[in-house]
Design a protein around this ligand. Sequence first.
Ligand code: ADP
Ligand code: MG
Ligand code: MG
Length: 925
Amino acid sequence: MTTYVYDFSEGGRDMAGLLGGKGANLAEMARMGLPVPPGFTVTTEACRIFLATGQAPEGLDRQIGEHLATLERAAGKRLGQVDDPLLLSVRSGARFSMPGMMETILDIGLNDLSVLGLAKTPERERFAWDSYRRLVQMFGSTVMGVDGSHFEAAIVAVKQQHSRGDDTQLDTCDLIRIVETFKDLIHERTGEEFPQDPAEQLRRAVLAVFTSWNGERARLYRRREHIPDDLGTAVNIQTMVFGNLGPDSGSGVAFTRDPATGRPGVYGDYLPNAQGEDVVAGIRNTVPLQDLAGLDPASFARLRGYMDRLEAHYRDLCDIEFTIERGTLWMLQTRVGKRTAQAAFAIASQLADEGLISEREALGRVGGEALARLMFPRFATTDSSEVIARGVPASPGAAVGAVVFDSAEAVRRAAAGEKVVLVRQETTPDDLPGMVAAQAVLTSRGGKTSHAAVVARGMGTVCVCGAEGIVVDTRQRRFSAGGVTVPEGTVVSVDGSEGVVRLGSVSLVDSDVMRYFEEGGVLPADGAARQPVRDVHRLMRQADAVRGLEVRANADTPEDAARARRFGAQGIGLCRTEHMFLGDRRPLVEAVILAHGDTEREAALAALLPLQRQDFTGILEAMDGLPVTVRLLDPPLHEFLPDRTELAVRLARGEALGTPADPHDTELLAAVTRMHEENPMLGLRGVRLGLVVPGLVAMQVRALAEAVVARKRAGGDPRAEIMVPLVDAVEELHLVREEVDRVLAQVSQETGIDVTCPVGTMIELPRAALTAGRIAKEAAFFSFGTNDLTQTTWGFSRDDVEVAFFSAYLDKGVFPVSPFETIDREGVGRLVRIAVEEGRAARPDLKIGVCGEHGGDPASAHFFHGAGLDYVSCSPFRVPIARLEAGRAALEANGTDASAQPPHRAARGRGEPRRHGPVPAAAAG
Ligand code: ADP
Ligand code: MG
Ligand code: MG
């Protein structure tokens, strides 16, 4: 018989896969002797079976019954008993934390009779009816599917009728009336009575939590966080404790360090006389956790003690939920807390300083995605734009956008390409789509632990919350702040690091971290470097010390090459030559294409030669002493000609007007028509061009060889390599190599300077990967062009498929992340492994790298490390990210990776394209 239920005393933190994060950590706290209300956990496996079959697994009911009986015995009271009943919470909790995305139902066990028993004394009457009210409301919406707004409307109606200001002013009579209204509502809407049988309440609540795994917001959240859809959630069934029993009770959340900056100390929010869910909902304003020291010194001291123990135990920032019932402290949840990028680096560094973790583990605690975020620009401090609001700096960064007042509008405008800032009094889980769409979230209520803050921080979206000076008027679609009225559509700048909002679009400057890299990655000698630069420096050094992968850059100009070098690149893995044919050189390329006969073509190529030589000389100089891999011309030639339709229209118009056609245009149109391809991606390009356009390879090789000579004469150390694109068959490579060798020999002879360049190939077609053993005989190196390799392996034309149906594919779970973003290990990755293995078997000293965007993707870097590559090459701005991830990959391979992240979580910067990313999305390889 499978065990589907584990008592808290049977679990532990290493069982998160089965018990969910919440269940595993509740068990861990119980095991540590912390005061956790007793309970048990239903496994994710049970949930998976339920989701697959529509039925709870055989034996689940019985196992729950047995554990419940044990719980009842220990508590000395029973579920549903009429006097002083046992009440339960039924809480969702998946493997990876999904705050607020699934359902939790509190106060299970109350009914028309036991509510009277809970009341016991007159002072507790209000509390009892408030609890019953909460149960009927949560159960009605979550389990029975009644739209939550009906319940809220009913409360508002009672409040208005009796002129009650807020929920706390509702008295027992009001609450009794509300409960009756709620029950009627449920009956009206569902044709069913609110179940009075506590056992039925419990059973249905468990199934509802299972079902909430597939709720809309849970799915959206998972897609965004790259959490697999098939994990399922565990369900925790736990004895209720009450924070709403009076002023000596309350609920709060605590962080062992500041999740925004990483600073050690006491951070959190506390709400006296409240249940836990009131704290995050932002319905009432919380007080800072420090205030608890005055309100209840004994509980505060105990909490501090537990916080220290938890941090020492988990050796990381912990995020804690607690409730105080009549002066008794109960721990309701802990987990390794989400944090900002800056805090991630700061905390890793501090914990290493404190000796809690090793330097290596510290590296495991940060990631390329966080580093990328620290490289984003920030607002110029010199900007004097008007500050219209100040709030809590809940999630750092700089965002500019038009204000919108609801989620739907945010989604609408963002889809149309507009940058928006979502402004709400407070956010709820229903605002998730808008928060995903927005550049920043601004709320007038709630602290660092409010829904807005927690979710925005998790997504890396800028957030300022609790800006109490603003008044949000959702109906009129505007907010006012200190006398200024800001209607929908107004552009504001939100500074999530400082917690301020300015009117208009504030200018941006480089971040300190970006400046540090631009200055070559050295700290100022006076030790004046600010956080997080010092932390970044420390962890980069660690990464460089342990990594096995070299990091090169994709750079086509001397400027990019120089920057890449400052950022720590160890050479150029891909120097594309196509841009060297564009701009004012385009007519020269046209001349090559239109040439009548060899002489004309040779003359046209000869005109290009000195220009190419000059480009190469500059790049070799910038990368002196380091390898520079030059790729021969790759794109189809018609890309250098004008657009066919445009030309045809121009000619037709001329004809209609009776003006004589420009013969050059006529000739061009003929050429464009001749070269038109239905599928240019699969047409005349890459090595094929070199083999059919006479003189093209010779010209490029000569230009490079002469650049090498020029650099050598200037006393430099040029290390040029020649890379042939889009090779399918070893014969192609062989033919090109003959030509290359001939030209190199010629140049050596002419100049008296020996020029040798290793010749290698890109592996970017399945056939090349599958015949890598043969190809390696002719190639000094391989460089995987994973972009084309992904296109040709999947049969995708990237430009066509990404917009057309990738979001549907992601929705349907065909893949958890685009294969263009993170390498598809099963398919494309398999080809890579085959090519590496067969290539090295044929030529043991074969140097193997990857160029193209995957080279700068954190998750892919780990794969390339494992596949035994020598280097990755990526855009200059991603070089630091690749260095860091290469270091982490080396540790991970040694089993030292301390991070507990979803498998694809390390994927390339969520939200990155939405900002002034330092990363141009160049489609390379
Ligand atoms: P989430 O994952 O959304 O945080 P939780 O399962 O933590 O959901 O529960 C929601 C709220 O209910 C929390 O604020 C929590 O503190 C409160 N809560 C859960 N279980 C109990 C309990 N046994 N006693 C009192 N409050 C509880
Ligand atoms: Mg919680
Ligand atoms: Mg390619």
